[in-house]
Design a protein. Structure first.
Length: 63
């Protein structure tokens, strides 16, 4: 599973990083960093929670 970040929508609030800190991090410049290029499918529930929690709808999951 792959996480896609819409950089035009992401404001670096970091809610996703608080939900799944080993996948997301807000860099020193305030930009969101994805720490893993691919995430195992069994982590889909955690990632879906991060997608739902994003107030800017900047995240989506792809197979």
């Amino acid at each position: 599973m792959k996480v896609v970040v819409d950089r035009g929508r992401c404001t670096g609030l970091g809610i996703c990083a608080s939900v799944v800190p080993d996948v997301f991090e807000v860099g020193a410049d305030g930009d969101l960093v994805t720490l893993l290029s691919a995430v195992p499918d069994e982590r889909g529930g955690e990632l879906q929670q991060a997608v739902v929690c994003c107030p800017n709808e900047a995240l989506r999951l792809e197979p």
